[in-house]
Design a protein around this ligand. Structure first.
Ligand SMILES: [Fe+2]
Length: 163
C-alpha cells in the first residue's frame, strides 16, 4: 500500500497525543518484559526449603505479566505507533538488569520486589501522561498494571516476612 492511500487515524486523539502516550507505554512494556524474563528465570532456578511454594508463586506472576505484554504492545499499535521488537531493542529501553541464577531465594525475591517497584514508578509516570493526553483506554490499562504489580510486590514482600 502506498503512502498516498495509507488510511489515517481519527480516534479523537492527535498524532502528538498518541505518540506521547505510546512512548510511555513502550517504557512500561520494556520494564515488564525484563521483569517477566527475570521472574521466569527465578521460577526455574529458585532453591531451598520453600522451593515448591516459590516456584508456584513465580509461575503465577510470570504468566500474569506475559498476558500483559501483549495488551501493552497492542495498545501501542492501536495508538498508531510500532511496538519494539527484539532483545536489543528491549534491552535499550529498560534499566532493569538481568537476574542472577546463583542468588539464594531471599535475594531473588528481594530483587524482584524492587523491580516491581521500579516498574510501578514507570507505570505511574505513563498513567499521568495518558491522563494528561485524555487517553482513557491507556489510563484504564495502566491502572490495571499498577494493581497487578502492587499485588506482586506485596506477595514477594510478605514471602520475605515483611508487611
Ligand atoms: Fe515451569
Amino acid at each position: 500500500m502506498t503512502a498516498k492511500s495509507s488510511p489515517t487515524i481519527d480516534t479523537g486523539l492527535s498524532k502528538t497525543e498518541r505518540a506521547d502516550v505510546a512512548r510511555e507505554l513502550t517504557k512500561v512494556l520494556a520494564d515488564s518484559f525484563a521483569v517477566y524474563l527475570k521472574t521466569h528465570g527465578y521460577h526455574w532456578n529458585v532453591r531451598g526449603p520453600e522451593f515448591f511454594t516459590l516456584h508456584t508463586l513465580l509461575e503465577q506472576q510470570y504468566r500474569e505479566i506475559w498476558e500483559a505484554l501483549d495488551l501493552l504492545a497492542e495498545r501501542i499499535r492501536a495508538l498508531g505507533e510500532l511496538a519494539p521488537q527484539g532483545q536489543t531493542a528491549f534491552a535499550n529501553l529498560t534499566s532493569i538488569k538481568d537476574g542472577d541464577p546463583e542468588k539464594d531465594a531471599p535475594a531473588m525475591l528481594k530483587e524482584l520486589m524492587k523491580d516491581h517497584e521500579t516498574l510501578i514508578a514507570t507505570a505511574r509516570a505513563a498513567l499521568a501522561a495518558a491522563d494528561k493526553e485524555g487517553d482513557d483506554v491507556s489510563v484504564d490499562l495502566l491502572t490495571q498494571r499498577l494493581a497487578a504489580h502492587e499485588k506482586a510486590a506485596w506477595m514477594l514482600r510478605a514471602s520475605l516476612g515483611g508487611r
